[in-house]
Design a protein around this ligand. Structure first.
Ligand SMILES: Nc1ncnc2c1ncn2[C@@H]1O[C@H](COP(=O)(O)OP(=O)(O)O)[C@@H](O)[C@H]1O
Ligand SMILES: CC(=O)N[C@@H](CCC(=O)OP(=O)(O)O)C(=O)O
Length: 257
């Protein structure tokens, strides 16, 4: 039975949930039941996913080395189709299946199809086949009549070349394009940690300082940058959370007491 109906009297709150590869494989049925409950309460859910560890495994098997710069995987030409097939052919159907096990209809999408993520090379010399997002065409998302879209972070150039897009950035741009009410980055850590403690609430200026002094590094960098981008796009609430939805809320500014 599909719990979400697009024919509700009032527009539901729209929540984009970004599922990080870091925790995908340990998500439990309870997590997906939680999504079911959100839908039951009238929320519209859109899922954008990554899959860093699954991509690592595919590339390792193919003996392709991909360094990471500022949280972005340098993607040589011989790696891009492996990234594409791993995300779209393996990680995406796994998530669709998990969601359907929780009695929610789900449809796998990716940024290539329907021009959902229009992209161009970020910097081919430095990053290879990594994309920067030029435009989002959300029309496919709106066509699903209640099924939950599950979107892989692959972009497409005007020439039809697939590009690897960081999933946090893809989630940011999709959330902005559809004017989401909230973006949840679900990851393997309960939010941003400073000196081992989770920060409950912060703002972009404070975050920039933590990037500069190395408190925030690696895959957390594109996540917090995407969070800041969302706030600029007037998405009112952005949170970085673990699978229990515990973590950090990022606001445009935090009032001084
Ligand atoms: N200040 C920080 N607080 C919490 N995690 C951080 C911080 N700086 C870097 N990280 C790293 O970021 C990781 C989450 O990013 P990433 O592995 O890319 O997750 P995902 O696959 O969910 O996008 C954490 O597991 C941690 O290793
Ligand atoms: C350009 C770039 O870095 N692309 C990412 C796409 C997947 C991703 O972002 O997955 P996570 O959510 O697990 O981090 C990569 O190749 O790993």
């Amino acid at each position: 039975m599909t719990m979400y109906r697009s024919t509700q009297a009032t527009e539901p709150d729209t929540i984009v949930i970004k599922l990080g590869g870091s925790l995908l494989e340990r998500l439990t049925p309870e997590f997906f039941k939680g999504i079911h409950q959100m839908i039951h309460k009238g929320k519209r859910i859109i899922i954008v996913h990554g899959g860093g560890p699954a991509i690592n495994r595919s590339l390792r098997q193919a003996q392709i080395e991909t360094p990471v710069i500022n949280g972005l995987r340098v993607t040589p030409e011989n790696a891009i189709s492996l990234v594409q097939t791993t995300l779209i052919g393996s990680v995406n159907p796994w998530i669709v299946h998990q969601i359907e096990q929780a009695d929610i209809q789900a449809v796998g999408l990716n940024g290539f199809d329907g021009g959902l993520i229009k992209a161009s090379f970020l910097d081919k010399e430095v990053y290879g086949f990594v994309g920067k997002i030029d435009d989002i065409n959300p029309s496919l998302i709106y066509m699903l009549d209640g099924a939950v879209p599950v979107i892989s972070c692959i972009g497409r150039t005007a020439d039809g070349q697939a590009l690897n897009i960081n999933a946090d950035t893809a989630a940011e741009k999709i959330a902005a394009a559809i004017h989401a009410d909230e973006l949840l980055f679900v990851t393997d850590t309960p939010g941003i940690k400073v000196n081992g403690e989770t920060v409950l609430m912060t703002h972009p200026d404070e975050i920039n300082g933590w990037i500069e002094d190395g408190t925030i590094y690696g895959g957390m960098i594109p996540k917090v940058q995407a969070a800041a981008g969302c706030l600029k796009a007037d998405i009112p609430a952005v949170r970085i959370v673990n699978e229990m939805l515990e973590g950090t809320t990022i606001l445009k500014e935090v009032a001084v007491q």
